[in-house]
Design a protein. Structure first.
Length: 156
């Protein structure tokens, strides 16, 4: 699968946006995980914060996939039991990984443990489902966002 370094070149001014599934969490709500899709998770994270929520979101994990809409639907279906509101992209998965929770630790640390457990679960689910993916790190996503913004300026 191509990444943004392979797609975005000075010679290729018609830029291509990748497709991503993201996992985000809002500050002060580490028990509630948002799983959605976007061509630019960094931009999406900023949009969510500007939508009137009380705390910013943070990108936890991100998967580049070929069909983000279909992949998101599969993940949402897989995690449906942990979705408090079926019309929203939020999941409360602490009970899915009860052996990973240590109540002697602060909630934030338990949240990070659960987030990592969930990301590994999603990795395994995607692999089992035959969905090719690439994991992206936050610094790569930020570079991708910067490249998209620069290319849009050049085109306009």
């Amino acid at each position: 699968m191509l990444n943004y370094y392979q797609v975005h070149t000075e010679e290729n001014m018609s830029f291509f946006e990748c497709e991503f599934i993201y996992m985000m969490v809002m500050e002060e709500a580490s028990h509630r995980i948002k799983i959605g899709y976007s061509n630019n998770p960094v931009r999406r994270c900023k949009e969510l914060y500007s939508s009137g929520v009380p705390h910013p979101y943070h990108i936890l994990h991100c998967w580049q996939v070929r069909d983000m809409v279909a992949t998101e639907k599969l993940i949402h279906k897989e995690l449906a039991a942990y979705r408090p509101n079926p019309s929203r992209e939020f999941f409360e998965v602490f009970e899915k990984f009860p052996d990973s929770v240590d109540y002697t630790l602060p909630v934030v640390i338990n949240g990070f443990i659960i987030h990592n457990e969930l990301s590994l679960y999603i990795d395994n689910f995607l692999t089992k489902s035959g969905i090719e993916y690439n994991r992206w790190w936050l610094n790569d996503l930020e570079s991708y966002d910067y490249t998209l913004r620069q290319n849009k300026r050049k085109i306009q």
